[in-house]
Design a protein around this ligand. Structure first.
Ligand code: ADP
Ligand code: MG
Length: 198
């Protein structure tokens, strides 16, 4: 299983690297518009986003929409080998964290009060290396999202966000893999009722 996932990761990451900045920006706009059209996203009061890394679909429009709608927005950071989410507002600075991924820069004494725990989220927008039509997700191979999403409330909506070329017909799924409720790309948006959630 590990070998199949590793080979798929390499192939999808190679494709994503080939996008230039203009292409990534144009496709990201389209994909984000589809997320913003989703009623569950529009209604969310607490939203988890991600800071794009390595040509991932951008999330800036999603942040602008959510903040404009008065929702709380949080981004992941890795501390002590675990992924947690911290509240982001426009006063926040960014700094590169583990793996060079940007994280909200939080003063150590504020770290606890800025943390947004898994049970609070209404929606989490999840990046990935590839997704399939039943909501399976292939990440970078560290399992950070599998661990975090496992702690969320059953009604929390998980949205996988990617370019259309990141869709695989069927990805391998292991017992610990958490599936998504929706997968959204620059071309389409679909619900994954067989994901086994809610
Ligand atoms: P990714 O989801 O990033 O593609 P994998 O699904 O291959 O990565 O998982 C990577 C590692 O994380 C696996 O070895 C897996 O056992 C571990 N892992 C994932 N979820 C959990 C969990 N809930 N508890 C403990 N280990 C986990
Ligand atoms: Mg996984």
């Amino acid at each position: 299983m590990g070998g199949v996932k590793t080979a798929l990761r390499q192939s999808y990451l190679r494709q994503r690297k080939q996008l230039n900045a203009e292409q990534a920006c144009a496709l990201s706009q389209k994909a984000q518009q589809r997320v913003i059209a989703l009623p569950a996203f529009r209604a969310a009061r607490t939203v988890g986003l991600y800071a794009p890394f390595g040509n991932e679909v951008d999330t800036e429009l999603l942040c602008d929409f959510a903040q404009g709608a008065g929702a709380a927005v949080a981004y992941p950071r890795i501390t002590h080998g675990t992924m947690e989410f911290v509240r982001f507002d426009n006063e926040c600075a960014w700094r590169p964290g583990t793996f060079g991924i940007l994280e909200p820069s939080i003063e150590p004494q504020l770290a606890h009060s800025c943390q947004v725990t898994a049970d609070v989220f209404d929606v989490i927008v999840v990046p990935g290396v590839a997704f399939d039509f039943t909501g399976n997700r292939l990440g970078y191979g560290k399992g950070f999202y599998d661990r975090f999403l496992a702690q969320c409330a059953p009604q929390c909506v998980f949205i996988g966000l990617a370019y259309d070329f990141q869709l695989e017909h069927k990805l391998p799924r292991e017992a610990h893999d958490i599936a998504l409720d929706y997968v959204i790309t620059d071309v389409k948006s679909f619900a994954c009722p067989a994901s086994g959630r809610a």
